[in-house]
Structure formats: structure tokens, C-alpha cells
Design a protein around this ligand. Structure first.
Ligand code: SF4
Length: 682
């Protein structure tokens, strides 16, 4: 029997844990610990442990499919490529849009944005970071000049005070939870602010349940208390930042007195006082956040406000400190780095800058899309629904907007207006069902490449088995399709390593990387030269802004776009659970995970449940202004009174039928974390 172990990187969350895939006779049969894995030292959470189970599912797509008379029929690759090329050539560039994916490798993301900009010549390229951390990319880029996690995962253990807000770290990034435990063992304190009494709350020294959508009020209140007591880091503010007085003028308003903030957020004044003192007086403090901060119509404001607090207390540019957004998917950082955003090429080089346009046209040896900012994912859906005929064709790789995007009835209406849809995926997703052509792709275990985790560490993916049937690696599909459209020379890559070398050549923050250097520990960007060791901590000497100074922002609190009223009296917030992953395409085909949480629920506080006459386990109807779903009630004291929570993984009780597609004006991220809901007994 032929058995081999192939070390690779987890396909689920942004932690980027490494493990071995156990391959028997050419087929992946298990995962095994990889003791020297750089991020996790061999440990895994349940999703990583069972990350082999979906790979050889009988549901895998194995042949191209073309829809004829409303039914999919199997086709050859030549037939599929010919149809796609003929259709794409029939549209004007601006009538087409592409969605890339945080699920695929850096190389594949790079090729997808190159395909959009150089083959289709459309500026409309985006991916699902729009739905999770677009506010981080925009907000931190404004403040620090770089929109990414400032410190590293191991470094969290050095912190003496961890302020976690809007991140259920122990459930969503469990192996980062290990660094938090280490910080606690080293005497660090943990403050946790979240509407749910989660697994992370159980680890906190101070838990502050608060009403979803009141983050800026809480952060301004903490800063007012720090300034009133003279606890701010005056030297850091003086030497490393600017616009402090503008920010101070806002946070010192009576609106943000602890008494007022307590009324807005529901956090007791004493807790706010304690949190302010712990953060300000700690030898070094770190702030960790995730989508509780970003998924709001004020997502960018929330992010800038977290940066205000860490600059105020001088906790930037040093070990154990920083602003640490935990990215959701395995390669959402990489998909952003690779330029799968409508406003930037790789490494955040702006599409509107002439020098960048010339550089990419020259590197790719062809004409490219006009240098203007294209549509975001959320704008694509709105344009499709509201301005029929403006966008006519889409090419979607590894994304499932029919379950992941807000206000699903609106999304369905939008896709109904498309003339031609190509979906490239590993399973027949809810979005693939709407496609004209479905291309069978490869999963993480069937390709070589790289991905970039939440701490900016670029790591290797390694191929363990061949894709099933006639399925192909995504990078190969894109290159072959480009060839079919007459751009074969620009996409003549023999393997992913050649693609990576092109990425390194055109991306300053990846200049010093190659596959040999990434083995085995990876490198943190920026890594500008071949002898550079990488950068685990950003902004140690100066920020990445033009003058090197961090920029304080004056930020007023604004309530969510939709607040409870007599008709819809509760706040609905949504999120993930440890057993499932996003739209469930992989985890719901992993029996060890699916059996733990086989369907969704809505969490209701016992006092609210009593008022509504609802018992634990009963089926209820949850409704918002956008739709209704029937879902089992989970009556639990772990959710704050007045707030309800639903996981968004389940198509049979899809939380995103209910969510609001109101957008942050800068990041265009939807407000998944707060809308008004009512719940009724069936
Ligand atoms: Fe995978 Fe994230 Fe779990 Fe690590 S913590 S094993 S990266 S899902």
C-alpha cells in the first residue's frame, strides 16, 4: 500500500494552520498533525481536523455542464470554453464582471484579476472580502497607510491586555485562541465586548455584553475616560501621529460620557471604567476584532475608531500591541493582496494611478481595462437588480452569493437579470444552479500554490491528489480560457510557481518571495527584497502613510441603518459557528462536522422568549422588511436581551433572507450585524 503525507495549509479560516494530508494509493483519506507547522504547532480545531472529509464527496463536480432548455447537460471542456469565449466576446467590457475567491490560491486570484483586466478588459472585479473585511482594508489604509493586521498571531501572547471586540475568537479562529491563553498565562488580562456570551466571553476577565451597532460610542467613551484621567501616551501622540486634537474634540463631548455610553450600549459604567484603565495602564495592549466591527454601515468608522484607541494609548509598532483584525477565510488577505478588488492591482497599487496602469499594461504585454474603479460585489448586485441591461455577463469562481450576500430575494432578482453566467466551483452551489455554464474546479488538496493568512504570512499549499473526473485546477482553467480568447501568450504558465514569480515581480510587498524561501515557515509581507526576513510587526518606526504619521479620526457614533421599532422590535445579528463554514458547501459534506450542527437556529434571550410565548426548540417565523424564514428557536441566556442571533450557513433557514443590504459608504460592506426583526410562534 502506498501511503504518503503531504503538508499543506487549512482551507477554512484565516489563521492559516498547517497539517498533513494522508494520501493512500493516490487518494486523500485523512488529516494528520504536522508538528512543525509554523502557526499552530500541530494543533487543529474540528474544521481543520476533518478537512479531508469533503474532498472525495460523491457530490463533486467532475465534468463541465452547459444549461440547455433549463437543464444541465454534460459537455466537453472544448464545448464549454468555445461557448464562454463566444459569449464573452459578444459583450462590451463594462457589461461583464468577475468575482474571484478567498477560497482559492494567490496564484489563482492573481490570474482571475489579470483575466478580468487584460482579457475581458473590464474594471469590475471583486471578491467576498467585500462582505467581511472591506472596512478593514479601507479604514486601516486611511489611518496607517496599510489595511492589514499590524502584528502577528504568536505576538498576541506577549500582550498584557487584550481588548477583543466583535470577534468570537475561540470559536471562529480557535488556534489564535491559544495565543490568548498564553497571554493570560503570562499575566495578561482579557476584556471582551460582544452581544453574545460566547466561548470567548468565558475566557475573559471582564465581559461587556453590548448592543450590536454601538461600537463607536463604546470606543469613544473609553477614550474619553482615558483622556480625562491623563492616561494617554503623550510622547507617542506627539512623535508618531497627527490630528489628535480633532479626535479629542469629538470624544470629549458629553455624548460620550460613560453614563451616556452606558445608556447607548448597555455596558455598566463600572465595566467601562475598568476597561479604560486596564487598556491604558497595561505595559502593552492589543486590540483584536473581526466582523462584529466591520459588517456595519459604519464599518470604516468602527475600524478607524479602534485605531484611535490604540494610537491614543501608544500601543502601535511594538510586540504584544497593535490593531489586529482577524480575517475570515483562509485566503481573504491573499485575494486582497492579489488585486481582486475593483480599485487596486496587486499590492494595493491604485488602478487610478497612471504609473500603475502603465506598469501592468507593460508587464502583461497587452492593453488593459480603463484605469477607473469598477463595481464592488454589492454594487454589482444592485446594478443588476436596479439597472437591468447594464451588466450582462458574470464569471464567478468559488463564491456563492446566492447564500452569502444580504437580502437574498434581492440577490435572486439580480441574477435573474443576467444574460450569461459562468460559475467555476467544486460543488453545485445555490449560485451554480443559476449558471449557464458550470466548470468543475479543484479543491485545496488538488493544487500547488500559496495563500496568505490573517497575519500577512504567505504559506505554501501542496497538491496531494488529482482532481476528480475531468475537474481541473482553477489556475489551469483561467489560463486555458484566456488562450481560447486569444491571449494564450500572456497566460502561458507551466505551473503555479511561474505564476508566483510573476506576482513577485509586479508586487513590491512580495518582491523578495519565491517558493524556496516560503518553505517551510512562510514569510510575512512586506518582504521587499530577496534577503529581507519579512515583517511580522508593522509600523515599528513609522506608519506607511506619506508623511509616516498615524492619522487620528474624529468619529461620531451613528446608529445602524435599521433600528428596532414597534413592528420589528428586536435587533438581529448573524455570524458563524465552529462546526460549519460559510455557505456550507464543504462542511455540510463533512459528516463529522455536519452531525454536530445539522441545521440552523435563532438565539432568543429567555426574557424575550417568555414575552413572546416561545419555548426552546419550537419552530418560529423570523421576519424583517425583506423576507421571512422558519427556524427553530434556541432560548438561551447567552444572547443579550433585545438581540437575536442566527448562523448564516443554512440554506433551509437562510439568515441572509433577512439581512439588510444597506452599505458602508466607503467600503460598500453590508450591515450583516444589525437589522430589525420580529419573531412569531408558528
Ligand atoms: Fe483551520 Fe482555522 Fe481551525 Fe486552524 S483554526 S484548523 S486554520 S479552521
Amino acid at each position: 500500500m502506498d501511503i504518503k503525507y503531504v503538508s499543506t495549509t487549512c482551507p477554512y479560516c484565516g489563521t492559516g494552520c498547517g497539517f498533513n494530508l494522508v494520501v493512500r494509493n493516490g487518494r486523500v483519506v485523512d488529516t494528520a498533525h504536522w508538528q512543525r507547522a509554523p502557526v499552530n504547532g500541530g494543533k487543529l480545531c474540528p474544521k481543520g481536523r476533518y478537512a479531508h472529509e469533503f474532498i472525495n464527496s460523491p457530490d463533486r463536480l467532475t465534468r463541465p455542464l452547459i444549461k440547455k432548455d433549463g437543464q444541465f447537460v454534460e459537455a466537453t471542456w472544448d464545448e464549454a470554453y468555445d461557448l464562454i469565449a463566444q459569449k464573452f466576446k459578444s459583450y462590451k467590457p463594462e457589461e461583464m464582471a468577475c468575482l474571484s475567491s478567498a477560497r482559492v490560491s494567490n496564484e489563482e486570484n492573481y490570474l482571475m484579476q489579470k483575466f478580468a483586466r487584460s482579457v475581458l478588459k473590464t474594471p469590475h472585479i471583486d471578491h467576498c472580502a467585500r462582505l467581511c473585511h472591506a472596512s478593514t482594508v479601507a479604514g486601516l489604509a486611511i489611518v496607517f497607510g496599510s489595511g492589514a493586521m499590524t502584528n502577528s498571531i504568536g505576538d498576541i501572547a506577549e500582550s498584557k491586555c487584550l481588548f477583543i471586540i466583535g470577534s468570537n475568537t475561540f470559536e471562529q479562529h480557535p488556534l489564535i485562541g491559544r495565543s490568548i491563553i498564553r497571554a493570560k498565562e503570562n499575566g495578561g488580562k482579557v476584556i471582551y465586548a460582544d452581544p453574545r456570551d460566547t466561548a470567548t466571553a468565558k475566557q475573559a476577565d471582564l465581559y461587556m455584553p453590548f448592543t450590536s451597532g454601538t461600537d463607536v460610542a463604546v470606543l469613544n467613551g473609553l477614550m474619553q475616560e482615558i483622556i480625562r484621567n491623563g492616561w494617554e501616551d503623550k510622547e507617542f501622540i506627539e512623535k508618531r501621529t497627527k490630528d489628535f486634537d480633532k479626535m479629542k474634540e469629538v470624544v470629549m463631548k458629553e455624548d460620550y460620557s460613560l453614563e451616556n455610553v452606558s445608556k447607548i450600549s448597555g455596558i455598566p459604567v463600572e465595566s467601562l471604567k475598568t476597561a479604560a484603565e486596564w487598556i491604558a495602564k497595561a505595559e502593552v495592549a492589543s486590540l483584536i476584532y473581526s466582523m462584529g466591527i466591520t459588517q456595519h454601515t459604519v464599518g470604516v468608522d468602527n475600524v478607524k475608531s479602534t485605531a484611535n484607541l490604540m494610537m491614543l494609548t501608544g500601543n502601535m509598532g511594538k510586540a504584544g500591541g497593535g490593531v489586529n483584525p482577524l480575517r475570515g477565510q483562509n485566503n481573504v488577505q491573499g485575494a486582497c493582496d492579489m488585486g481582486c478588488l475593483p480599485n487596486v492591482y496587486t499590492g494595493y497599487q491604485k488602478v487610478t494611478e497612471e504609473a500603475a496602469q502603465k506598469k501592468f499594461a507593460s508587464a502583461w504585454c497587452c492593453g488593459i481595462a480603463e484605469g477607473k474603479v469598477g463595481y464592488t460585489v454589492t454594487e454589482m448586485i444592485n446594478v443588476l437588480a436596479d439597472e437591468p441591461g447594464k451588466l450582462k455577463a458574470m464569471y464567478i469562481m468559488g463564491e456563492n452569493p446566492m447564500l452569502s450576500d444580504p437580502d437574498l430575494h434581492h440577490v435572486e432578482e439580480a441574477f435573474g437579470n443576467l444574460e450569461f453566467l459562468v460559475v467555476q466551483d467544486i460543488f453545485m452551489s445555490e449560485t451554480a444552479e443559476l449558471a449557464d455554464v458550470v466548470l468543475p474546479a479543484s479543491c485545496y488538496a488538488e493544487k500547488d500554490g500559496t495563500q496568505t493568512n490573517t497575519e500577512r504570512r504567505v504559506q505554501r499549499l501542496r497538491k496531494a491528489q488529482e482532481p476528480p473526473g475531468e475537474a481541473k485546477e482553477d489556475w489551469k482553467i483561467i489560463c486555458e480560457l484566456a488562450g481560447r480568447m486569444g491571449m494564450g501568450d500572456q497566460f502561458a504558465f507551466a505551473d503555479p510557481e511561474e505564476v508566483f514569480n510573476e506576482i513577485a515581480a509586479v508586487t513590491p510587498s512580495y518582491h523578495g518571495m519565491n517558493y524556496a524561501r516560503l518553505d517551510p515557515d512562510g514569510l510575512h509581507w512586506p518582504c521587499p527584497s530577496i534577503d529581507h526576513p519579512g515583517t511580522p510587526i508593522l509600523h515599528t518606526e513609522k506608519f506607511a502613510t506619506p508623511d509616516g504619521l498615524g492619522i487620528f479620526s474624529p468619529i461620531e457614533w451613528k446608529p445602524p441603518a435599521e433600528v428596532p421599532d414597534a413592528e420589528y422590535p428586536f435587533v438581529l445579528t448573524t455570524g458563524r459557528i465552529i462546526w460549519q463554514w460559510h455557505t456550507g458547501t464543504m462542511t455540510r459534506r463533512s459528516w463529522s462536522l455536519e452531525k454536530e450542527a445539522p441545521t440552523g437556529w435563532i438565539e432568543i434571550n429567555p426574557e424575550d422568549a417568555e414575552q413572546l410565548g416561545i419555548k426552546d426548540g419550537e419552530l418560529v417565523t423570523a421576519s424583517t422588511r425583506r423576507g421571512s424564514v422558519d427556524v427553530p428557536a434556541k432560548v438561551t441566556g447567552e444572547i443579550k436581551k433585545g438581540v437575536m442571533f442566527m448562523p448564516f450557513h443554512y440554506k433551509e433557514c437562510a439568515a441572509n433572507v433577512l439581512t439588510n443590504n444597506a452599505l458602508d459608504p466607503i467600503a460598500k460592506i453590508p450591515e450583516f450585524k444589525a437589522c430589525a426583526v420580529k419573531v412569531e410562534k408558528i
